[in-house]
Design a protein around this ligand. Structure first.
Ligand SMILES: Nc1ncnc2c1ncn2[C@@H]1O[C@H](COP(=O)(O)OP(=O)(O)OP(=O)(O)O)[C@@H](O)[C@H]1O
Ligand SMILES: [Mg+2]
Length: 310
């Protein structure tokens, strides 16, 4: 059997913002359960709750009243360390939680210099501790989301496969590219994650075809979504996924063999394969610089040095 953990170690950290300005599309459900499935497969995962609703934290059973410093403290107070905010939620699964306090951060940071880059400044030096960092964004494009986009390498867009969602996607992609030009020029759209999917509906299938066509047309352009894919199979609608949060459990804790659990495990495998493929493509496009041994380290130089000492 392949040792996923060892393979994961060879890949750089993948930092993804789960973003859709539309509410209730599956951002939090996907951040929690994709994170849990990656952790179950042996990858080291950090989840960051960037939503003042604190749903990600609640979903993992973290009590805002007793959890200590949160993402709010990390953003507002330079004396608070990242480690002080981290909760060890499950094996391999760390969380920076949020509470409703976070709602005040937008206005408190309004006058701060480089206010969009605070999260990046606090987390970037530590990213190598995890294989995957997933950011659960609020359903808005305010300062918290801007901080996520300034820090992330990629955006993953959870959405439902229906026509109106496609309209919203165009606007979202435009925003990503505008933000990208301003605060994070290397930001890319990794792809679409279809949530609450009704695989039987012909409308759903049509929308998937449209999405595929849209991304195929962007290949080879300079668009931020040039390499975007529709991650398939989609996550099916499954009531267990809606029940799990009220028990403070991931779907893997609550109903480990239900269709929702299987879908998030499959997605985790796809996300790892997709990352391995992107890293490989980048390595081909930008070969690593040839390391030239310094003369001191060559055998001859070591021999010469030994001869000199003698
Ligand atoms: N595949 C699914 N099947 C059934 N219910 C789901 C599924 N995915 C998510 N849900 C439910 O849909 C609702 C919205 O999901 P979720 O909270 O993940 O969306 P969100 O995009 O994070 O919302 P918000 O924009 O408010 O942050 C929740 O009640 C969740 O339990
Ligand atoms: Mg949410």
């Amino acid at each position: 059997m392949t040792d996923v953990r060892q393979e994961a170690e060879r890949l750089p950290t993948r930092v993804m913002a789960l973003l859709n300005q539309k509410g209730g599309v599956g951002k939090t459900t996907s951040t929690v359960n994709l994170g849990a499935a990656l952790a179950e497969a042996g990858h080291r995962v950090l989840l960051v709750d960037l939503d003042p609703q604190g749903h990600l934290s609640l979903h993992l059973g973290i009590d805002g009243a007793t959890c200590g410093p949160t993402i709010y403290d990390l953003l507002i107070d330079p004396a608070v360390t990242l480690d002080a905010t981290i909760q060890k939620a499950r094996p391999n699964l760390d969380v920076v939680p949020a509470t409703v306090d976070l709602a005040a951060a937008e206005s408190e940071l309004a006058g701060a210099a480089e206010r969009h880059a605070i999260l990046r400044g606090r987390l970037r030096p530590h990213v190598g501790r995890w294989d995957f960092i997933l950011l659960d964004c609020p359903p808005s494009l305010g300062l918290l989301t801007l901080n996520a986009l300034a820090f992330a390498d990629e955006v993953l867009v959870p959405m439902q496969a229906h026509f109106l969602a496609l309209q919203g996607l165009g606007r979202l992609l435009e925003t990503v590219s505008l933000v990208g030009r301003g605060v994070n020029p290397s930001l890319k759209v990794a792809g679409i994650l279809l949530c609450m999917h009704e695989s039987q509906s012909s409308h759903g299938r049509e929308v998937v075809q449209e999405l595929k066509g849209f991304f195929a047309a962007a290949k080879g352009t300079a668009a931020a979504w040039e390499e975007a894919v529709v991650f398939l199979p989609a996550v099916r609608r499954n009531i267990k996924l809606a029940e799990a949060p009220s028990f403070g459990q991931t779907i893997l804790d609550y109903a480990p063999t239900c269709p929702g659990a299987m879908d998030y495990r499959t997605l985790a495998t796809r996300i790892v394969e997709d990352w391995r493929e992107r890293v490989r493509r980048r390595a081909v496009a930008e070969p690593a610089p040839v390391v030239v041994e310094t003369p001191k380290r060559t055998r001859r130089a070591r021999g010469d040095a030994a001869a000199t000492r003698a």
